[in-house]
Design a protein around this ligand. Structure first.
Ligand code: FES
Length: 501
């Protein structure tokens, strides 16, 4: 074995390390929580990993278990793989629970098939729709392959501004979504597709559409071109029967993209007499409040803490993740996804854990661990360190400050909000009492409604209204730049602490 190391990165975990060239990956990845259900005998396929960048040689066993398409897409069995070259790997076992949308909605039937795509910073979801019945015929989900260049939009921007960075991020995302659309249409027997609608935040919009992202990298973070972008599938390099139009729906400004415009469509906020809110806390945090008269929106620099990014034992909500923490008789109890030993904590577990720490007095309202303790133990080997609590404080302060500034802009208070929709995976799974305990979502329970993937639902609604004019809705929406707000810093610092008991 040569001593020259190779560099290995794991997505979506965000871990990176060096290994001596030729090291078998099995034991190394086991240490990061990858399970080998058939004991590495090449039967279960559950250990498969996908090469996002770099190379991982195929083993003869791979071809007997994986399909030619999977091999071509870069899938390999980790149980047989050796690190012969630097590589970035996507771990299939951790690629679960991407939130799609199965809500019913009103629509006017038309003919044909169409595809709705939610292009998230972390995940991608595409649904094939029958425009006559409104039924979802198939769903495909994947990780955003750009995650190899950073988990949040700022790191993607930094990479996009280097040499060929932007072009490669554009190629990566077009290629991956094209593959998802190809899988969906292959399942439909190659029937012609009439329309494809894509939604995403402003950075995803620019990178997909091939627009210069430089203006998004500095104050005042204003997009260069943020309207509806129209392509033919063939222009994007996609082989789709019918060569349908591909519409990337327009942004609302700054980092507030068409995913939030789609959320406004999905919640029907622009028809409501009452004051309604929509909060989407993903890798990026977006907040909207409004009604039929006026809508204000902002993007918060919350960072990835709500998805457990930058948390020492943080991980996605998949096998081995602590997703719920409660206190029973003054003792911490954890629930772990997949009924296996805990190996990390996801966003909902993190909020619960800090709420429990506050109730126990192990975490002070300032966020400091009490009595000089180095950590707050949860379920071994998972614990919260001081830096983890700080990371959550920064995220929740950014979000809470955004909520306050937008409500102030409307001359309203928390009590005036009749419905608050929590979108996205975090909004769906977070415990509302814990979110209130840490001062994140300080609204009465009866007002708060988990609302699933409103971005995908809005994209579907747009497919049923191809002539929908977004201009009147966009004209009603005022984008508030929090970075430029004179009191943002002061309110942000105020919101940093946790509410006392
Ligand atoms: S562990 Fe079963 S195929 Fe690799």
């Amino acid at each position: 074995m040569s001593e020259e190391p190779v560099h290995v990165q794991l997505q979506p975990l965000g871990e990176a390390f060096d290994l001596p060239r030729g090291t078998p990956l099995r034991h190394v990845l086991f240490g990061y929580g990858l399970e080998f259900p058939c004991g590495g005998r090449g039967r279960c396929k559950r250990c498969r990993v996908r090469v996002i960048e770099g190379a991982l040689a195929t083993h003869p066993e791979d071809a007997s278990v994986l399909s030619p398409e999977e091999l071509r897409d870069g899938w390999r069995l980790a149980c047989h793989a050796r690190a012969d070259a630097s590589v970035t790997l996507e771990i299939a076992q951790w690629d679960v629970a991407i939130l799609a949308d199965d809500s019913s909605f009103d629509f006017t039937p038309s003919e044909g098939l169409a595809v709705a795509v939610d292009l998230g910073t972390t995940t991608l979801v595409a649904q094939l729709l029958d425009l006559d019945t409104g039924r979802v015929l198939a769903v495909r989900a994947a990780l955003n392959p750009q995650a190899a260049y950073g988990s949040d939009v700022m790191s993607r921007l930094q990479f996009a501004l280097t040499g060929e960075g932007r072009a490669s991020l554009t190629d990566l995302i077009r290629g991956r979504i094209g593959a998802l659309v190809g899988e969906l249409t292959a399942g439909a027997g190659g029937a012609a597709i009439r329309d494809i609608a894509v939604v995403g935040n402003t950075v995803m919009h620019h990178l997909f559409c091939g627009i210069d992202v430089e203006p998004l990298s500095h104050v005042p973070f204003e997009p260069l071109r943020d309207g509806l972008e129209l392509f033919r599938a063939s222009e994007l390099g996609w082989q789709v029967a019918g060569d349908p139009p591909v519409r990337f729906l327009p942004c609302l400004g700054g980092f507030v993209g068409s995913d939030i415009l789609a959320g406004i469509l999905a919640t029907r906020m622009y028809h409501s007499d009452a004051l309604v809110g929509l909060i989407d806390l993903g890798t990026n945090g977006e907040v909207v409040f409004g009604n039929r008269r006026r809508i204000v929106c902002a993007s918060t620099a919350a960072g990835p803490a709500f998805e457990a990014g930058r948390i020492s034992k943080g991980m996605r909500a998949s096998s081995g993740a602590i997703f719920e923490v409660t206190l029973v008789g003054g003792r911490v109890q954890c629930r772990v996804l997949g009924d296996v030993a805990p190996r990390g904590i996801c966003g909902s577990g993190l909020v619960d854990a800090v709420a429990a720490g506050l109730d126990l007095g192990a975490i002070q309202p300032s966020g400091r661990l009490a009595n000089g303790q180095p950590s707050f133990p949860l379920c071994p080997p998972v614990e919260l360190r001081q830096a983890d609590i700080r990371e959550l404080q920064l995220a929740k302060a950014a979000c809470a400050a955004g909520i306050r500034i937008l409500l102030e802009r409307l001359g309203a208070t928390v009590r005036d909000v009749e419905r608050l929709y929590l979108a996205g995976a975090f909004g769906n799974y977070v415990n509302r009492a814990s979110a209130r305990r840490i001062g994140l979502i300080d609204f009465p329970d009866e007002v708060v409604h988990p609302s699933g993937n409103t971005a995908l639902l809005g994209a579907k609604l747009a497919l049923f209204s191809p002539a929908l004019d977004f201009a009147p809705i966009r004209a009603r929406v005022e984008h508030v730049s929090l970075a430029a707000h004179p009191r943002f810093q002061e309110i942000y610092v105020e919101q940093m602490g946790f509410p006392p008991q």
